[in-house]
Design a protein around this ligand. Structure first.
Ligand SMILES: [Zn+2]
Length: 402
């Protein structure tokens, strides 16, 4: 896909694929009928773009309509200035969900009015109102289940043991690199330590031997997640206002996951503020698994989560390059949807195939994990071919012939 300037962070927001496209289309086609070919919704533009991409008919696709749609519906991201990929992803998913929710509510109200105006008609029979209501509701629930997870915070009063519960939905799970591990890496770097070269194409035995002598101990993704779910004590000025005791009490607070999405996006927070209020980039490497990410330790085990262990495989990474967070450049590593063992690096107009060792050593900013699926690569290919039939004028607008 051709790069559209500020879309370099956007275009690799991946995995709106397989049945996602079909579901979004159900929402989009009603819009399309009203205003043919114009940027009427992000759902519509996503669907149009995926149809063109999956058709395999064109060497380069320029996502003009999607970018213009983003500018129209999320004006904050208008222009070609540097944008934050994490912030963009959250706004993008929020906008898609808002559109789908509005559509679902609209059709529910239409069906309700139809029933009020036609009390003798049995709504269990298939009418266009009921049909649209079901499609809109199903589409919204599907998108939510795919991308939106939820955390649950529990605050337990140390005196009355009353537990206060607060749920919060997330389109991406933000984790921090624990401060003590940041300092540890800083100390190791000052002592002349280096990150150990992996046995990738850039490494050689001598370098590996030298690096291993002074290798910096990497922080692991699990360290970051365990930091997120650690139990905190609320005391002193931070005492908890207990509704039951009617006064401030010492309490414990803990946040864990209570609903996991199909596609889990993890953002490694790389912003650090100094005492003068200046923002710096944390360049520490964080180790992350390519396969079988197990988050059972980070989930509440008393509700909502199925007992069967949920495992995730990494499908894409967005990395930030450059010294500061307000400037620099994004690139993406994506797993080939057909050949699930090939990693591709997309860097503006350039792309290359990367070894898994190189992927593991990237400085990840966003990690896209897909829940394990039983679909074979052939089934995925077959599906994408089914829905990729570009034939509308708006589809053609996305295409650059080469
Ligand atoms: Zn209490």
């Amino acid at each position: 896909m051709d790069n559209k300037g500020s879309s370099s962070s956007n275009k690799h927001i991946p995995q709106l694929r397989r049945q996602t496209s079909e579901e979004l289309y159900e929402h989009a086609k009603s819009k399309e009928n009203k205003k043919k070919g114009t940027a009427v919704s992000l759902c519509y533009e996503i669907h149009s773009l995926l149809r063109v991409l999956w058709s395999g008919k064109w060497g380069v696709v320029t996502p003009n309509n999607l970018v213009f749609g983003i500018w129209r519906f999320i004006p904050w991201f208008r222009s070609y200035r540097q944008q934050d990929a994490h912030e963009f992803f959250n706004c993008f998913i929020d906008r898609v969900n808002t559109e789908l929710l509005q559509e679902s509510k609209k059709h529910t109200n239409l069906a309700k009015k139809f029933k009020e105006n036609n009390p003798r008609i049995n709504l269990n029979i298939s009418t266009k109102y009921v049909e649209h209501q079901h499609v809109a509701k199903r589409t919204f629930e599907f998108a939510k289940k795919t991308f939106i997870g939820s955390t649950r915070q529990k605050v337990t009063c140390s005196v009355c043991k009353n537990v206060s519960v607060t749920d919060m939905e997330f389109p991406s799970l933000q984790v921090n690199i624990p401060l003590h591990l940041q300092k540890k890496q800083q100390r190791q770097r000052k002592k002349g330590g280096k990150r150990g070269s992996r046995k990738g194409k850039r490494g050689n035995n001598k370098e590996d031997d030298d690096a291993n002598k002074t290798k910096i101990e990497d922080c692991k993704l699990e360290d970051c997640i365990r930091h997120l779910i650690r139990e905190e004590k609320l005391e002193g000025d931070a005492k908890y206002a207990c509704d039951h005791c009617k006064c401030h009490q010492v309490a414990t607070k803990q946040v864990k996951i209570n609903a996991l999405p199909q596609i889990l996006v993890i953002n490694i927070n790389r912003a650090r503020w100094d005492l003068r209020g200046t923002r710096h980039k944390i360049k520490d490497h964080v180790e992350f698994p390519l396969k079988n990410l197990d988050l059972s330790y980070a989930c509440w085990d008393d509700d909502d989560i199925e007992e069967e262990k949920v495992l995730y495989n990494l499908s894409s990474i967005v990395s930030h390059h450059g010294g500061g967070l307000d400037k620099g450049h994004y690139s993406a590593l994506c797993l080939d949807a057909g050949d699930r063992n090939t990693w591709m690096h997309f860097n503006d107009r350039r792309w290359s195939i990367e070894e898994p060792e190189e992927v593991e050593s990237s400085q990840a900013y966003l990690l896209f994990y897909e829940i394990n699926t039983n679909l074979s690569s052939n089934e995925i290919e077959e599906y994408t071919q089914q829905v990729a039939k570009p034939n509308r004028s708006s589809d053609i607008a996305n295409i650059a012939f080469v």
